[in-house]
Design a protein around this ligand. Sequence first.
Ligand code: ADP
Ligand code: ADP
Length: 231
Amino acid sequence: ISLEKLTKVYGRGDSRTVVLDGLDFSVASGEIFAVVGPSGAGKSTLAHCVNLLERPTSGAVLVNGENLSRLSEKQLRVARRSIGTIFQADGLFSRRTAAANVALPLDYLGATPAETKRRVGELLERVGLSDKASSYPHQLSGGQRQRVGIARALALRPSILLSDEATSGLDPESTASIVDLLKELRDDLDLSILFITHEMDTVLQVADSVARLDHGHIVESGALVDLLRDA
Ligand code: ADP
Ligand code: ADP
């Protein structure tokens, strides 16, 4: 995934606010790229532009070389499948089991019950929750619920995983287990992972590369090891 001069402006005239000002970066497959910044930096807006909930004012989001900003609504619905998103609140349906939550995107696409069952089994195994298929969200820990959210995000075999404050609010132990899982997914599935957070501690654990976002600008970016060396 690449951003080319991604710009988002809200309002006009006196109330015009430039929330993202010409962001340029790319995330390679097999890479975890973290964007870290304080509240108000523009992180949520960036996440929404990347998962196509919002259109950029100018500039582009390219996925596998294709400019998503140019697509029609119908094409966008298809393109969205190449991006799996995990959110801070896991967003699980409380009256559905872990397995039924993971099955949602597959049901939506009209997979057969047999296909869905096989795929859900595979996905729960991948996130280490095979034994929790029949558990309801309230029977799971915060870290386990987030794993179910990750399994659901992977259901349609995306090439990109967008993590929007996915570890915020988790205790250090659960955060570490989610970090380990993301690294495993990066390596095994060759995913491009865009990890957006306000938590520098987590960035140090998870990222291969980092961009620091402040007031809609990238103020520093590079490989984590290089940034640490210069700090
Ligand atoms: P973060 O997620 O880093 O806290 P946001 O992307 O939520 O940052 O917000 C960045 C800035 O954009 C803030 O100053 C916020 O007030 C402004 N902003 C966000 N959404 C809108 C909107 N719909 N209209 C006007 N300003 C907005
Ligand atoms: P295969 O080509 O047989 O799917 P892979 O090595 O690509 O083999 O994948 C290994 C496992 O991961 C398989 O169970 C596959 O279904 C699953 N898998 C592959 N790609 C993705 C993806 N993008 N998201 C979720 N699961 C995936």
